[in-house]
Write a protein that binds this ligand. Sequence first.
Ligand SMILES: Nc1ncnc2c1ncn2[C@@H]1O[C@H](COP(=O)(O)OP(=O)(O)OP(=O)(O)O)[C@@H](O)[C@H]1O
Length: 242
Amino acid sequence: MILLDQVGKEIKKKHILKSVSTQINQGESIGIVGPNGAGKSTFIKLIATIIKPDTGRILYKGNPIEKSVKAFRKQVGYIPQDIALFEDFTVKEQLSFWKSAVQLSVSDDYVQNMMASLDLHSVEHQKVKELSGGWKRKVNVCVGMLHNPDILLLDEPTAGVDLAAKDDLIQWLTSLHHAGKTLLIISHDWDVINRLCEKAMVFQQGELIFHDQLDRLNDIEQNLRLDHNHQELVKILKQRMN
Ligand SMILES: Nc1ncnc2c1ncn2[C@@H]1O[C@H](COP(=O)(O)OP(=O)(O)OP(=O)(O)O)[C@@H](O)[C@H]1O
């Protein structure tokens, strides 16, 4: 459904992504892993059309996404790693503001359901600046999902949240995945990846070195987790890709 064909990105003369070619099918749930600075966020920003590739093409259902950016963005929910909320708004005001800003017919039922799944009713009258980091992250996820997109691009959705909030998020994302949504999730938390994803992509120094079923990765999970011996790891993963 989304095809990347030799996509490259250079920032300040540095190759951030090097000729990435891959395909993401509808309804898949893919965990994106790799060491800091490997290019994971850049990869999903390109799909979210936040930034443009310098080389290669990104196609959605066979058409280049830059030809119909507006229509494509309606399908995509991008939840950035950094929290971008109005601190002086209450949670309710925040959601109302963004709901009118996206100018799409979002049903009240959908919003209420999303708030209930993330337990946000309990803080709806609190100002964002009064919330802990975990609550802010849940509101951030809600804002990115207000237009009920089919493709969810989540950059560290559970960073800084406590175990209960993490469970809420995982359960809710699981229900969305079961409803047929496509999920791409960057996370350094293997519990999140294992509970949510069927497939994994591994990035290393701007290269996509593995994209396959998650269970083909689990036996070397410990190596990835410890993030050492990269050369050996890269060799193993590249062999598995062939
Ligand atoms: N706007 C920018 N200006 C300069 N360098 C950038 C910019 N955006 C990304 N980079 C660099 O590109 C590389 C890849 O960044 P990216 O955020 O995609 O990595 P990542 O795998 O998501 O890392 P992390 O796990 O730490 O979030 C890093 O070295 C980063 O410093």
